[in-house]
Design a protein around this ligand. Structure first.
Ligand SMILES: Cc1cc2nc3c(=O)[nH]c(=O)nc-3n(C[C@H](O)[C@H](O)[C@H](O)COP(=O)(O)OP(=O)(O)OC[C@H]3O[C@@H](n4cnc5c(N)ncnc54)[C@H](O)[C@@H]3O)c2cc1C
Length: 468
């Protein structure tokens, strides 16, 4: 392992290596997860092609060096951290949009393409790539596929998996595998693409993707309902779901989330705003107007403090800018922020919001909740002003997170709706999945990576170490 940096440097050139002492090496030891620890790799290798990825994976298998794939490092659960040492393999330089085909309604891209850049490129040609993680301005398509990323529009359009038609994946050792298709339908053989998506970089390194596009909806509009408290906002969401309405986005944010963006937002929140429901409709303008009217009536019936219908792009941008600022603003305001992304069945959203409130009251830990409520996917942010490096603080926060997870599972939900398990949640897996179920998944992983060197220490608990 000691000479791995030199070997990789000779193979790929020094320009491809961020090694010890380099000013950027620290960046590769962190991601957006709430971990206080820093995991410096031996080096980060910035690959530019499939051939380079294959060379790195061949060399690392030969020398038994662990490899952690990394896209943009925006992951929330430590998935891109070299927790067992070795190197980080970054795809950040692989930013080519190889093809956009209006005839086939597909795009072929390298994994480092930033999600928002792809969206803009296809929209300029009248098409639409729906998956829209709130991090879209910097996260990568490769990372989105590895985490099966969601986003606000998942409510109507589904998550990343539904838009990945084909993959080129490099396996540990350097074998390049192309699977999937570029056709609208296809059931030849097993669906390996679906099997790779969401495996958090533990099966192989994605080096090219074929993504499905849709025709761009002719119009879209944004509706914001402001309520006195989060229970009323939750009730409004349940009412919209029961009415059979299908906005493309159905989001919630509570008072703490509003308060951190209040001063920055171009929309002026009423002083007594306790929660918001943010939604978008799209499609033909007549259908949209009808849906907006019905939802607006629902909001009024439930005593909304304000209802804003935004149809102009600038107005809509202002509302969305505010929504996208929540996560970063919480981080600015609190030294500790444990952001979980639990997901409950849609019918249990109101109950889950109440239970999160109870955990916050019982533990004395403030909790901001926002997220993709239409999917039952809530970002529950446990917050504090204490020193995040203090183990006692970490223990207290994760004990509260454990309580939130327990309620989630009791309500028929799941630990992660979109961020993945990675490192931060691996020890909680036995709360949701049986040892047998995890064993089958470990066997599946070892089929693609018998060496266990690709992104080790992720997703499943180390066998002897489980939380409680
Ligand atoms: C402010 C903010 C908002 C966010 N909002 C959302 C949201 O709405 N929805 C959502 O789902 N997530 C969200 N996220 C989380 C994060 O952006 C997503 O998980 C995203 O998909 C990660 O992409 P990335 O390129 O940054 O991947 P990284 O963080 O670099 O890596 C994430 C995982 O993917 C693996 N990986 C990366 N590239 C490859 C590759 N080429 N081949 C194989 N494995 C690979 C890594 O090993 C790791 O396990 C948010 C994050 C932030 C900071």
């Amino acid at each position: 392992m000691s000479d791995i940096v030199g070997v990789l440097e000779r193979e790929l050139g020094s320009d491809a290596i961020v090694g010890p002492g380099h000013e950027r090496i620290e960046d590769y030891g962190r991601d957006e997860s709430p971990l206080p620890e820093y995991y410096p790799p031996a080096c980060a290798v910035l690959c530019e092609s499939t051939a380079q990825i294959a060379a790195v994976l061949r060399i690392c298998l030969e020398r038994k060096v662990p490899v952690t794939p990394r896209g943009a490092g925006s992951g929330m659960c430590g998935g891109a951290l070299a927790v067992e040492g070795g190197i980080v393999l970054s795809t950040e330089r692989m930013k080519k949009i190889i093809e956009i085909s209006p005839d086939d309604l597909v795009a072929v891209v390298e994994p480092g393409v930033v999600t928002g850049v792809l969206q803009e490129a296809v929209e300029a040609q009248g098409m639409f790539y729906p998956p829209d993680p709130a991090s879209l301005e910097y996260c990568s398509i490769g990372g989105n596929a590895a985490t099966n990323a969601g986003g606000p529009r998942a409510f109507k359009y589904g998550v990343t998996r539904e838009y990945i038609l084909g993959l080129e994946v490099v396996l540990m050792g350097g074998e390049v595998l192309r699977c999937g298709r570029r056709t609208a339908k296809g059931v030849t053989g097993y669906d390996l693409v679906a099997g790779f998506v969401g495996t958090e970089g533990t099966f192989g390194v994605t080096s090219e993707l074929v993504v499905k596009l849709l025709p761009k909806p002719p119009a879209a509009a944004t509706l914001l309902g402001v309520f006195a408290n989060v229970a009323l906002a939750g009730t409004a969401i349940s009412a919209i779901l029961r009415d059979g309405l299908r906005p493309r986005v159905l989001e919630i944010a509570d008072k703490m989330s509003i308060d951190v963006i209040r001063a920055k937002s171009r929309y002026r929140f009423p002083a007594d705003a306790g929660a918001i429901v943010l939604l978008e409709v799209d499609g033909d303008p007549d259908g949209m107007a009808m849906a907006m009217e019905r939802i607006g009536m629902r909001f009024d019936e439930l005593g909304a403090l304000d209802v804003l219908a935004a149809t102009e792009p600038a107005e809509r941008r202002a509302v969305w800018e505010a929504r996208r600022l929540i996560s970063a603003s919480l981080k600015e305001n609190y030294r500790v922020k444990v952001n979980e992304d639990i997901c409950v069945p849609r019918g249990r959203i109101v109950e889950m919001l109440a239970r999160i409130d109870r955990v916050s009251a019982d533990t004395g830990i403030p909790c901001a909740v926002f997220g993709h409520a239409g999917d039952g996917n809530l970002h529950c942010n446990l917050l504090g002003h204490d020193d995040p490096a203090d183990p006692a603080v970490q223990q207290r926060m994760w004990a509260a997170a454990r309580m939130v997870f327990a309620h989630t599972i009791e309500l028929g939900g799941t630990l992660s709706g979109e961020h993945g398990i990675g490192l931060t949640k691996r020890d909680f897996m036995p709360m949701e999945q049986s040892e047998r179920l995890m064993e089958w998944q470990r066997k599946w992983k070892s089929m693609w990576d018998p060496s266990g060197l690709l992104n080790p220490g992720k997703v499943f608990p180390a066998r002897q170490r489980c939380v409680e």
